[in-house]
Design a protein around this ligand. Sequence first.
Ligand code: NDP
Length: 267
Amino acid sequence: MSVLGLGRMGSALACALVKKGYDVTVWNRSADKQTPAGARRAGDLDEAFEADVVVTCLATYEVQRPLLSKNIKALVNLTSGTPEEARVTAEWARDNGVEYVDGVIMAVPQQIGTPGARIFFAGNEEHHVLDAFGEPVYVGQDAGLAALYDLGLLGVMWATFAGYLQAVALTGTEGVTPQQLTPMVADWLRELAEMLPEMGEETQHRDYETEVSALDINVSGLRMLAEASRRQGVDSALPQALHDLYQRAQQKGHGTHSIASVIEVIR
Ligand code: NDP
């Protein structure tokens, strides 16, 4: 087994393979990265390609592309990228007779090797190597699917974290501490998560009738959040962007509909 890339994640992957008893060879562009205990450093890429399986975990596909070779027998790609990049790599693998599994890691390096570390993977269903890293979740045959799920879920994460930080900054202007605020946000997020299945169904059936909360009231709430942020001396770019997005759905005639109708602007 070989691992290309000894960054934070690649090192964690190599360590997990060693722990599982694999014979592990590692390769990294720069010499300064430490060789994980129990692994062997390859003198060059060709030496790393002698392994039955090569796992790649590099910064981007762009830096990975020139390193790939048809001397690789089976490639397990765990470098993050776009669906298109994953599909192009799968095509390259097919054309060069290289077995290919495309995966994305939904965990931080410290979680690798624990059951909580989910690895979405697509294409080839053969995934025995991924077992060493955590919990493999097969998402389908199309090699671009793992990257698609990855970006979708990361989008939820980035939007949620930014919303939380906006709340910390806004309430912080009045002396509220993160310790006071955070338990409330955590409870709120649990409640919001329970609303997602219904919202998903609304987007599927394009039926946005609501007895709960109309878009009109939410647009006006977002206007208040943007205004309060400005008045309290906090950046208002995020609430303003959300206001403008929701308002576009309102202007399309969804004012009395549920928040799910914003999808009509997004897609
Ligand atoms: P790091 O920045 O820690 O490591 C980047 C790796 O890419 C290093 O091995 C680096 O080598 C290599 N690299 C960068 N540029 C080049 C180049 N031009 N040629 C050859 N090698 C190069 O990143 P991570 O380990 O954190 O991330 C690696 C992948 O894992 C990314 O795709 C990331 O999205 C994904 N990932 C990371 C997570 C995390 O929490 N860290 C979570 C989920 C996915 P060198 O040492 O020579 O610079």
